[in-house]
Design a protein around this ligand. Sequence first.
Ligand SMILES: [Zn+2]
Ligand SMILES: [Zn+2]
Length: 444
Amino acid sequence: MTTSISTSDKSDVETPTTARLRAVVCRECDWVAALPQRAEGQRASCPRCGHHLTEAAQRDAQKPLAWAIATLVALGLVFCFSFLSFSAYGVGHVMAFGDTWHALTADDYGTLAVVMLAFTAAFPALYLSVLIYLCSAIQLGRPLPAQVALARTLRPLEPWMMSDVFIVGVLVALIKIVSLASIQVHTGFIAFCVFSVCMLRTSQLIDWTSLWDRLAPRPDASKDIRTGMSARAQGVVACRGCDTAFVADHGPRCPRCNKRHRLHRIDRVQLTWALLATATLAYIPANLYPVLLTTQLGNSEPQTIAGGVLHLLHAGDWPIAAVIFIASIVVPISKIAALGWLCVVARRPHAAASHSRMRLFRVTEKIGRWSMIDVFVVATLATLVQAGSLMSISPGPGVIAFGLVVIVTMIAAHTFDTRLLWSDRTHTWGPAETSAYPAHHSSA
Ligand SMILES: [Zn+2]
Ligand SMILES: [Zn+2]
């Protein structure tokens, strides 16, 4: 049943020394390299910046299909069982995962519920459903309606799926209240952990290059593309949706997936600046207002982010205090500062500094989503700890501002065009740039 199309069969770039190879443009540094046919499990890296040009080759659509179905089933099970329970002063409350919506809307924090359910369940469910649809199309060997448009939606969803961050958030929440109440973990939480692991495995199994090759034929628009130089220098762009390299003169849209393209996004630096300014402004109320309100035996106590860290330190929970301090204070501030600095230097690409600037951007982009830990801690505690005036926890306005900071800085990182960090004249990776073979290595 497996449909197998070799990536080199339709290659259209010829070099003097080799048979036909495909030109691929690195989406991070804009370098054009020639992609040879990969063996199963091999992936190609950019010879200039080291970015993975392709995922590990996976010719078989059956594996990702099977894992995606299993992951979706595990997510369904999360909603079928109770998630966590707590008891204190003789009263208790059992929480189901879906209760988040009712509990937070009752506290007038529907936005928080939307953010939490979208990042932990809705986006992954959408992603998995689309993936199952696309893999089914490949397995059936015939195109299904809207498959190209749907395939384009998948990769932008990836940074917004945060089941791993949510699990850490739940664990932090449990450690925070374990001294005040007795806590029990139920089947729904176990199912969520299984779902999170399966989600990770599913996303590792997708080979976007092979997937796109099977969903839509690669256009014959890259004959004139030269490897071993930047794409911008020859008026070539790489589609952000399907990674097809094509000459920009041919039209404002990708000939394969119809996505709009921009040759050079220097104008977007201003957009990144605007988003960083918004995040900086939102960070002020995020710290001034309480992120949660704890009621115990009739006494209410508001807690800010810094107050929460100090409270944990006084209680002796310094590892958790360190997690919250890093995720909620160090990461957002350093992310805003790093992106701001990169926006400044983007206008002056410097050959010797390109690699270190690129590394800084990658670290900034990777760690940014972990700041959501505190938002998930508040959402979990507010849903779980519901025993009226005896003991209850509700969100404070600071958490909405803080969530905004995290989301806006993630969008700011997404809008930043890393190609601006590399000069067209930057030939830093050695004398063999005209042959432009991607580094090839095996992966699991
Ligand atoms: Zn690169
Ligand atoms: Zn495209």
